[in-house]
Design a protein around this ligand. Structure first.
Ligand SMILES: N[C@@H](CCC(=O)N[C@@H](CS)C(=O)NCC(=O)O)C(=O)O
Length: 205
């Protein structure tokens, strides 16, 4: 049995794992899930019903991108994308979480747009505020360091964040680049990497 990743091509959380698997040089097959009509075999594997879901070659099933990332770091440690020392590890996981929450807010804002098109609801405006507040944290960090953890190479933190900003592009437009120049240049630099460039979410699924 080979590795299998259930995913959706527009999903930021799936992209995170596709990049990680590619960079760790783990061969994997992709199983595309129609999120509007999830197949029974997928729902049997994952009670959460969200992508990504990773199936290891021994049949182990892991859902949730953060858990999958942690699993991959443990089971396929080289090259590593999260430092091992306690403090640094948690710094990495905190940035990953911040990036994922940004991604979730963007998903929610986009979904609100589908449900209430043209209407600026209180919830939409709250989400916009939350998104703006989070983005500022990334801009501030990247005005001081080349990568989110401050070293000279990217990590899981950068992967999660670039997936959320890529998802922002897809769902809300590319207008953030002018207001956040440090994020923009970090984002452009990361797009020179093949696994990043080749997983840019397409506008049609
Ligand atoms: N915390 C989860 C979030 C996964 C998630 O929200 N996936 C979205 C696509 S990006 C999904 O499957 N949505 C379908 C649904 O909620 O029914 C993770 O990190 O994997």
């Amino acid at each position: 049995m080979s590795h299998l990743l259930y995913y959706h091509p527009q999903s930021n959380f799936s992209r995170k794992i596709r990049i990680l698997l590619t960079e760790k040089q783990i061969n994997f097959e992709l199983g595309k899930i129609d999120l509007r009509s999830k197949p029974e075999h997928f729902l049997k594997l994952s009670p959460i019903g969200k992508v990504p879901v990773f199936v290891d070659e021994d049949g182990t099933v892991i859902w949730d991108s953060s858990l999958i990332a942690e699993y991959l770091e443990e089971k396929y440690p080289e090259p590593s994308f999260c430092p091992k020392p306690f403090q640094e590890r948690f710094a990495c996981l905190k940035w990953e979480e911040l990036a994922d929450i940004l991604g979730e807010h963007i998903i929610n804002l986009w979904a609100q747009g589908l449900w209430n098109p043209g209407e600026e609801t209180k919830y939409k405006s709250l989400l916009r505020q939350k998104i703006a507040r989070l983005i500022l944290v990334f801009e501030e960090q990247l005005s001081q360091t080349d990568y989110l953890l401050g070293g000279d190479t990217w990590s899981l933190a950068d992967i999660s964040a670039l997936c959320s900003f890529g998802y922002y592009d897809l769902r809300l437009g590319e207008n953030w680049r002018t207001a956040y120049p440090h994020i923009a240049s970090w984002f452009n630099k990361l797009h020179q990497i093949n696994s990043v460039q080749s997983t840019v979410p397409p506008s049609t699924p």
